[in-house]
Design a protein around this ligand. Structure first.
Ligand code: ZN
Length: 200
């Protein structure tokens, strides 16, 4: 399959067969990639960070980790981390309400909408927005359990590669977060940029 460019602020779905690898790259660096995955034969089974971290004992995905579905079945293996471990599995996908909470008036693109549109293009109506894995997203939990998102340090060309352990539909969203919030920066200071997705 030829590489897919996910434009800044947009999303796309790719089919990944069992045994194949999907690689996600931030060509310009510092771009959060919200990553969702569904069992291609049963979209009621989706990737679940909560069911993953209770078996990996880490709130961040690490190279070699098995990523599980909400039915606790192995879905993917993080075969290569070319981003130095700078990922998040805690923060919900951004959505319209989140932007309104920040004072945005009128529609704002979001990872939740990117997911729903990508799945509808394949004929799937999504009523639940699952917790994604947010690759290339710099969240930190301090000693008092305070959660922050300091400036994004992920360099240009950073990537992750995952091997599918079942037939999957994977959705990648270039997080459209573009607000200037102290302690909550999410993306690089230049704003959202494109992502590259390759399946092989
Ligand atoms: Zn987002």
């Amino acid at each position: 399959m030829s590489p897919v460019i996910v434009p800044a602020r947009a999303g796309c779905a790719v089919s990944v067969s069992e045994g194949e690898h999907v690689r996600v790259t931030t060509p310009r660096g510092g771009q959060a990639a919200d990553f969702f995955a569904y069992n291609a034969h049963n979209v009621a089974e989706w990737l679940s960070p909560m069911h993953t971290w209770v078996s990996t004992y880490s709130i961040k995905p690490r190279e070699g980790d098995t990523i599980r579905s909400r039915f606790r079945r192995p879905m993917l293996r993080l075969s290569e981390d070319g981003a130095g471990g700078c990922h998040d599995m805690m923060i919900a996908a951004c959505d319209q309400v989140r932007y309104e909470e920040f004072g945005v008036e009128g529609p704002h693109p979001s990872c939740a909408e990117n997911l729903m549109v990508s799945m509808r293009r394949l004929g799937h109506q999504i009523d639940v927005v699952p917790q994604p894995i947010n690759f290339f997203t710099n969240t930190v939990v301090d000693a008092e359990a305070k959660l922050t998102s300091p400036p994004n340090p992920v360099p240009p060309g950073a990537y992750v590669e995952l091997q599918a352990l079942m037939d999957l539909i994977c959705i990648v969203s270039s997080c459209p977060f573009d607000l200037n919030r102290e302690g909550w920066t999410i993306n690089a200071a230049c704003g959202p940029t494109e992502l590259l997705v390759e399946v092989r």
